[in-house]
Design a protein around this ligand. Structure first.
Ligand SMILES: Cc1ncc(COP(=O)(O)O)c(C=O)c1O
Length: 416
């Protein structure tokens, strides 16, 4: 049975042609279009079902078209969609309190943004304002190589991937980037003019790479020594993806500022910059603002996400499903004589490190069986399935992925 109307199916070619004519070419060309989704599954224009192990890049953590989120959005949209931040609305206020509580920040305060980049922009501005309260030149930030923080100009500069800077250089020059696993270099880079260290506890786009405890401890210590803020970008890891509400909760380090987006609205565009301690009290009216931030529809969606995770005990499921995937991948490694070199990451953000740069080919083989994963490096696959992935869906994923890895390896041998 298909959820797709015949007219939509018949329009596939027109849709693709129109996209090619009218959308800017910021994203890779594709002719794959979806019209519906449910749980871990997407439905394409031909009515075929695809197993989604990417969740819209770590966004639809509760799966597609989750009824609690759909209901919250519909109810709130029917009542009140927007007021601006000149006025209060209950969903945003309630959400701010809930996020502070989940982070364990008794004096926590939240600024709502629309996405990860705008949450990080807020954090960077907050840190500069905080730094300038100490000294006018205390505005530099330290970030890590391989980090990813967004595509606005400030967050692009904070993104430790020089290839992404080149087309837009020169950038403002307020960022110092150090290797992602070099505590001594980090300590040396943080100084009197540093207002913040910005890092991901598990680097997502940079190859699903957990930071070492030594690196996190060095960051905390250097910030404390120099009066800088430690900002944890939990845009990809937050809201349960790693099995705790925030990834930092599995470490010995507590950041001053945490940024969120992606899974917070299960697909509705909402981001958050959450701070506690002195950092929570930096901004004054007029320092920072955005028209849509904390919009009641997106905030209602986020509240439904938090309620569902709590009520359905989803954090505990993350560990179970992650263990199943890791065991299956260990089996693939054994069967293929080491094609899978390592599985790294945390919870249901997994990086599958291959023994050859065949990740794109593996992705293509998976797609030929209607399973969606993506590659974050030539030799690293990312799995970020819905946190609600069932055991049977995980088995299906492992089956297809195992065969795709074998096939991609064979392709490589043939062309060698
Ligand atoms: C860790 C991290 N920070 C920030 C961003 C940027 O988020 P957005 O694309 O919502 O602006 C991303 C996006 O992938 C991310 O993974």
């Amino acid at each position: 049975m298909s959820a797709v109307e015949p007219e939509v199916r018949n329009d596939h070619d027109a849709l693709v042609a129109s996209a090619r004519a009218h959308l800017m070419r910021t994203y890779p060309d594709t002719d794959l279009a979806f019209v519906a989704g449910h749980g871990s599954w997407l439905v394409d224009t031909a009515g075929e079902e695809w197993l989604d192990l990417l969740s819209g890049i770590s966004v639809t953590a509760l799966g597609h078209a989750h009824p609690a989120v759909a209901r919250a959005v519909a109810d709130q949209a029917a009542r009140l969609v927007h007021t601006s931040n000149l006025f209060l609305t209950a969903p945003a206020v309630e959400l701010a309190g809930r996020l502070a509580g989940l982070a364990g920040f008794a004096d926590g305060r939240v600024f709502f943004a629309q996405c990860g980049a705008t949450a990080n922009e807020a954090a960077i501005k907050l840190a500069r304002r905080h730094g300038k309260q100490q000294h006018p030149d205390k505005v530099r930030i330290v970030t890590l190589s391989g980090g990813f923080h967004g595509r606005t100009l400030a967050t692009l500069e904070a993104t430790g991937q020089p290839a992404k800077h080149a087309p837009f250089a020169p950038l403002a020059g307020f960022v110092d980037t150090v290797p992602h696993d070099d505590p001594a270099a980090l300590r040396a880079a943080v100084g009197a003019d540093t207002c913040a260290v910005l890092l991901e506890v598990v680097q997502g786009e940079g190859g699903v790479r957990p930071l070492s405890p030594a690196m996190l401890a060095a960051a905390r210590e250097a910030c404390d020594t120099h009066g800088a803020l430690l900002i944890a970008d939990e845009v990809q890891t937050g809201v349960g993806r790693t099995g705790t509400w925030f990834a930092f909760q599995q470490t010995d380090v507590t950041p001053d500022v945490v940024t969120l987006a992606k899974a917070l609205g299960n697909g509705l565009p909402i981001g958050a910059c959450l701070a506690h301690g002195a950092a929570a009290d930096v901004f004054r009216p007029g320092d920072h603002a955005t028209t849509f931030g904390g919009n009641p529809v997106t905030a209602a969606a986020a509240l439904a996400v938090l309620d569902t995770i709590e009520q359905e005990g989803i954090l505990a499921d993350v560990a179970t499903r992650a263990a199943q995937l890791r065991m299956g991948l260990a089996d693939v490694a054994a069967r293929t004589g080491g094609a899978v070199r390592e599985v790294r990451g945390s919870g249901l953000l997994l990086g599958v490190v291959l023994d050859a740069p065949i990740a794109d080919d593996v992705v293509a083989h998976c797609r030929s069986e209607r399973v969606i994963i993506n590659a974050v490096a030539p030799d690293v696959l990312r799995l970020a399935p819905p946190l609600t992935l069932t055991a049977a869906e995980a088995d299906r994923a492992l089956d297809v992925l195992g065969r795709a890895i074998v096939a991609a390896r064979a392709d490589r041998t043939e062309t060698a």
